[in-house]
Design a protein around this ligand. Structure first.
Ligand code: B12
Length: 211
């Protein structure tokens, strides 16, 4: 079994104690951090999700896989971080109110950091008020990223976009949305500036806003 396959297997099975060592071994063997993410960790989380959906798994198992993801991202983050000390822009990021999913959001944070953005991560279950306050307190923020994994939290996302548009803020704030429950159609409908299916693509797209 290749190192990437091993990582995929342990993350999917939620075996936390093997994650760090396997990732370090993969890096030593020459795998890139993005290969480890895209070819091992993200597919592992996706299959953990599929098992759960098909009733072949349960919440503790999903949580164990999510914990492995978090640990893996912590190990990889220093390797992905932007070598260039120049900051491209400042981003506010959070999962909207009522929603506690953070695996995808954390991935978005890492990809933005590695692309050269400074990220203010507000965490999960972030209310409209918290987003507005963060935008007000950070006059140099140019992009707000909202994540939602639940159909029941899509209303909260719509509300945050509306509230951000209604502020008497004269900045050209760009709003990006994503997460499992969000589609391009929904993003257009609520007036977001951009949607992307993956974290890597999101960071690339954000760079185009700065030109
Ligand atoms: C892990 C997980 C959990 C964990 C969360 C742990 C954690 N720390 O995040 C736990 C067990 C806590 C959980 C709880 C619940 N969950 Co859950 N969960 C999942 C699961 C299996 C995986 C999600 C995940 O991490 N995916 C991997 C990451 C990498 O993908 P991602 O988040 O989509 O992110 C990618 C993109 O979407 C994008 N992206 C993400 N955010 C953003 C933001 C921007 C701006 C951009 C541009 C891009 C972007 O980039 C990422 C990678 O490229 C999904 C199933 C699935 N297939 O998604 C269900 C799922 C999301 N959960 C679901 C449900 C129903 C629940 C619960 C209500 C279950 C319950 N009955 O209690 C609760 C809700 C709790 C709450 N209030 O939030 C449903 C949602 C259904 C729906 N349509 O609403 C799903 C789809 C499962 C299912 N098929 O039924 N869950």
């Amino acid at each position: 079994m290749s190192k990437l396959e091993e990582i995929r297997t342990v993350v999917e099975a939620g075996r936390l104690r093997y994650v760090e060592e396997l990732i370090r071994q993969a890096l030593t063997e020459g795998c890139s951090p993005s290969q480890i993410l895209e070819q091992a960790m993200v597919p592992a989380m996706r299959s953990a999700g599929e098992h759960y959906k098909n009733n072949e798994s349960d919440i503790p198992k999903i949580l164990a896989a999510a914990r492995c993801m978090r640990m893996g991202l912590d190990v990889l983050e220093p390797y992905i971080e932007n070598q260039d000390s120049q900051i491209l822009g400042k981003v506010i990021l959070g999962t909207v109110e009522g929603d506690l999913h953070d695996v995808g959001k954390n991935l978005v944070a890492i990809m933005f950091r590695s692309a050269g953005f400074q990220v203010i991560d507000l965490g999960v279950d972030v209310s409209e008020k918290q987003f507005l306050r963060a935008v007000k307190e950070n006059p140099d923020v140019s992009i707000v990223c909202l994540s939602s994994l639940l159909t029941t939290s899509m209303g909260a996302m719509r509300q945050v976009v509306r509230a951000l548009r209604e502020t008497k803020d004269h900045r050209m704030l760009k709003i990006m949305v994503g997460g499992g429950s969000v589609t391009r159609e929904f993003a257009d409908e609520i007036g977001a500036d951009a949607y992307s299916e993956t974290a890597v693509e999101a960071a690339e797209l954000a760079k185009t806003f700065l030109i």
